[in-house]
Design a protein around this ligand. Structure first.
Ligand SMILES: [Zn+2]
Length: 115
């Protein structure tokens, strides 16, 4: 079931995730491995890409030391963009929730405190 995107840019779409996870960030186009996706910015607008980027225990993106989200592998158009919250806690933490990423190495519960 395809939900109407809440927000669309040439790079991303914010959609309601059909798997009960709430909102998610989905790629509007292909991102190649090592490509920059978006810079860490939790504060400048009410709805930023990071607000809706879900955690995965087997993510397709990660923040680098400069605070840029980088594709860990090729991300297909319409694929959900995810990163590992436990490797990148941000000032808007804490998190404490059951993980629904369903990846083979899922740790089942995400608990992270602030820096
Ligand atoms: Zn998981």
């Amino acid at each position: 079931m395809i939900h109407m995107p809440l927000s669309v840019t040439k790079d991303f779409q914010i959609r309601e995730d059909p798997n009960h996870k709430g909102r998610g960030l989905f790629a509007s186009r292909v991102f190649v491995k090592d490509e920059a996706i978006y810079p860490l910015d939790y504060w400048s607008k009410e709805l930023m890409p990071i607000h809706v980027t879900n955690h995965s225990c087997n993510p397709n993106a990660a923040f680098n030391q400069q605070g840029m989200l980088i594709a860990l592998r090729e991300i297909r158009e319409n694929e959900e963009i995810t990163y590992d919250y436990l490797r990148h806690p941000i000032a808007a933490s804490p998190w404490d929730f059951a993980c629904e990423c369903k990846s083979a190495g899922c740790i089942k519960w995400i608990k992270a405190t602030k820096y």
